[in-house]
Design a protein around this ligand. Structure first.
Ligand code: BGC
Length: 754
């Protein structure tokens, strides 16, 4: 146990376990006092409007309905004219396009008494029409400028198409690749995810209040990424300190970045469904973090409180959610059906209803919708700004940057543009739809560049390309194997493009077996027998178990789901016009049985690397991952000089660290230099290492770049079991390198605050 414990305020804010025990309270409780500037025109307008509103109309503002046929969850409450007439529609989701949205807004303005404009929401997760790589893929760029730019570009397109609000970013940490929604997040590391969350919120909201940006939504609050066995929607049971240290920080980062909305999660957390968790949404989010925006439930999640078994009736479910802090009820219509009666029975406080209504009206006001409800409906903008050339150029660059080169024996890649004959084999070679991944918003197949087209664009007609699909994703047929083999035999090089279908990852798409589905591994066996260099390009939404594929391939490129510019980006990398720089943000296990096998696991009394057998390990599979967090190759080579840092932190708690990185290979390239720290002795068991900094640097061939970091001891603390954030003096291991498994170490002591 350490001599000194320093408890200080930190990014998460303080909370205590006592609060956590009260989370299920159903009593209406006083909400926080709003910070309202007297005389402010928004306040005046909103308050005057609220005075005119009936209770039904107020609750209507708290209700969101599906506007069309796009259902992202089970069938839900239907949107009818009668709801418009009674002023019971505050927001609509899942409709896009200026013409469609204008019709809905017109209907609302004609039919409703007070003509309060509707707020339109859509899942713009990784692009709207121009589809960027999936968020997990994009996180592998470690490039915050890209995250900002793609979110901004998506906001410009979506808003030009009439959308006010996106349900993104998803900032759930995912340490379990079986969970299908790992594809929507930034991977397994909290430090990196916080930075990405912030960049994405700023990108979506880049010009807040103007009709070319959208409200962002931090989702799914909270710990949705830790379901038991990786099954989507399953309960989550984690310690409060793990919650505070791993799962909450990206949400706090969103609040700090000014995110306007939050979405509560489907799952229960330590026995309390997030949608009915007052401690989470009111005590923590509103009172401690001072979040000023509004919270929407997830799809039908209020009604699902009954299935969780914490509410017996619709009325109890709506009361539980509303009193917990869910301002807006997505899709099931329960607030509209139940809250008025509950209020009359004294089970909900009118002040609480007013506070929620006010938040939503303010959000509409700030978008200028009361001045002009049609402000976002500009058909000319929709024609010129959706699918713009600049968005397409960005999509191609980001897609190439998100690809991770996993293997490249004998420098198989890059391929020469003068190769005579290429065999292109696999179910994803000529596919437009799957390569966009899940949540493709309004992305259209016709805009997608396939791998076949991308390679033809690059090489022209001088190179003979022999394309054979070879097999499908799930179909057991191997009928085309002999044709694929012949094509491979007659070529100089074989490029196989294999992986998952788009909807093998994403919501409710958890998998227990993470190998390439169907006959694809068998197809690679067949291709290998042709004896030609075999380049495998993978497209998938999650880490897969690739031990076999790693052996089959001479070169292995993790391309993820690259989006609209798929083929061009793949060709850029394969033929050397772009040099791979992506690094993994999730560990790739050797086998499913190791899961979860994230890099920043906690130490144990019998560490797995000890020589005797009674250690933390399986008897049949080693502990290591096939490809670790932070790993990724380049066409060039980087060598690291010694870590430069003092043996002791400065009195102000900082430590300067630098390292020289030299590009010793034959190409100009980018390197993601990573800084990890481990607390050698603490009062609680700490992770073996944790990412605490990174820099992506461009280094021309033959040159050396000095990379500097500043560590602050105050960022090296942790949450103890009393739910205090503590920073303990002592020795810290400072590790710098090119991946979580390729690091050099030094030690530095922090003697604590004097
Ligand atoms: C998902 C959310 C999504 C919502 C609206 C739900 O099923 O969990 O992430 O934003 O649907 O489409």
């Amino acid at each position: 146990m350490k001599r000194t414990i320093v408890a200080i305020a930190c990014a998460i804010g303080c909370f205590c376990v006592g609060n956590a025990h009260n989370v299920n309270s159903q009593l209406p409780q006083k909400r926080e006092k709003k910070e309202v500037k007297v005389g402010d025109s928004e306040t005046k307008f909103v308050h005057e409007l609220m005075q005119k509103m009936t209770l039904t109309e107020k609750i209507g503002q708290l209700s969101q309905y599906v506007g069309g046929t796009l259902l992202t969850g089970p069938q839900s409450g239907a949107l009818s004219d009668s709801l418009f007439i009674r002023g019971m529609v505050g927001s609509i989701l899942n409709v896009g396009g200026v013409d469609n949205l204008r019709k809905l807004q017109e209907k609302n303005m004609q039919l409703s008494r007070l003509k309060i404009p509707i707020l339109f929401a859509f899942d713009v997760i990784h692009g709207y029409k121009t589809i960027f790589p999936t968020p997990l893929a994009e996180s592998c760029t470690w490039d915050l400028d890209f995250m900002y730019e793609t979110s901004k570009a998506a906001a410009i397109e979506a808003s030009a198409s009439g959308i006010h609000w996106t349900f993104a970013p998803m900032v759930d940490i995912a340490r379990d690749p079986r969970w299908g929604r790992i594809v929507e997040g930034a991977g397994e590391d909290t430090y990196l995810a916080c930075k990405i969350a912030e960049a994405r919120v700023r990108g979506f909201q880049w010009n807040l209040g103007k009709p070319n940006s959208v409200y962002a939504c931090a989702k799914h609050f909270v710990a949705y990424g830790a379901p038991q066995a990786g099954r989507d929607y399953a309960p989550v049971d984690i310690s409060m300190s793990t919650l505070a240290e791993v799962y909450l920080p990206p949400f706090k980062a969103c609040v700090d970045a000014g995110v306007k909305t939050f979405m509560s999660a489907f799952n229960s957390l330590n026995g309390v469904p997030a949608t009915g968790n007052r401690w989470l949404m009111t005590n923590l989010l509103r009172n401690q973090w001072k979040f000023q925006g509004f919270v929407v439930s997830d799809w039908n999640a209020v009604q699902e409180l009954k299935d969780h078994g914490v509410a017996a009736t619709d009325e109890e479910a709506s009361l539980l959610a509303f009193n917990a802090g869910v301002d807006m009820n997505m899709t099931d219509g329960l607030y509209n059906r139940c809250l008025e009666k509950a209020l009359r029975e004294g089970r909900v406080d009118i002040k609480a209803i007013d506070a929620s209504v006010e938040r939503i009206l303010r959000a509409k006001y700030a978008l200028g919708l009361f001045e002009d409800p049609y402000r976002f409906f500009d058909s000319k903008r929709e024609r010129t700004e959706v699918r713009s050339n600049s968005a397409m150029t960005l999509a191609r660059k980001v897609a190439a940057s998100s690809m991770v080169l996993l293997k490249n024996s004998q420098s198989t890649l890059p391929l020469s543009k003068h190769t005579n004959r290429i065999a292109l084999i696999g179910p994803l070679v000529n596919n437009r739809s799957e390569v966009m991944g899940s949540w493709k918003a309004r992305g259209e197949d016709k805009d997608v560049v396939t791998v076949l087209e991308g390679i033809k664009n690059k090489l022209g007609s001088a190179v003979a390309i022999n394309y054979v699909q070879g097999c499908d994703f799930l179909d057991p047929s191997t009928q085309e194997f002999s044709k694929a083999f012949e094509a491979a035999k007659q070529s100089d090089v074989v490029i196989a493009v294999v992986g998952e279908k788009a909807l093998m990852s994403g919501e409710s798409r958890s998998r227990a077996v993470l190998r390439l589905p169907g006959q694809q591994e068998a197809l690679l066996d067949t291709l290998q027998k042709a004896g030609k260099p075999l380049v495998v390009v993978l497209m998938n939404g999650r880490p897969l178990c690739l031990e076999k594929v790693d052996k089959q391939a001479d070169a292995l490129l993790e391309a993820w789901f690259p989006g609209t510019q798929c083929g061009n980006a793949v060709a850029d990398i394969l033929f050397g016009d772009a040099v791979p720089a992506g690094k993994l943000t999730t560990s790739f296990p050797l086998s499913e049985g190791q899961i979860p096998n994230y890099y920043n696991y906690k130490r144990s009394g019998r560490p797995g690397d000890m020589p005797h057998s009674s250690t933390v390990r399986h008897i049949d599979v080693p502990n290591r991952n096939l490809y670790p967090f932070g790993y990724g190759l380049s066409y060039t080579k980087f060598s690291y000089g010694e870590i430069q840092c003092a043996n002791e932190f400065n009195v102000d708690g900082t430590l300067q660290i630098s390292v020289d990185v030299t590009n010793t290979g034959g190409y100009d390239g980018e390197e993601i230099v990573q800084l990890y720290v481990a607390d050698k002795h603490a009062s609680m068991v700490r992770p073996v290492k944790e990412l605490k900094g990174f820099k992506k640097v461009f280094i021309p061939k033959g040159e050396t770049v000095r990379v500097d970091f500043t560590l602050n001891a105050r960022d090296l603390g942790f949450w103890n079991n009393e739910m205090q954030y503590v920073v303990e003096p002592g020795i810290f291991e400072i590790m710098v390198g090119s991946s979580s498994e390729d690091l050099q170490k030094k030690e530095a002591i922090w003697k604590g605050d004097k």
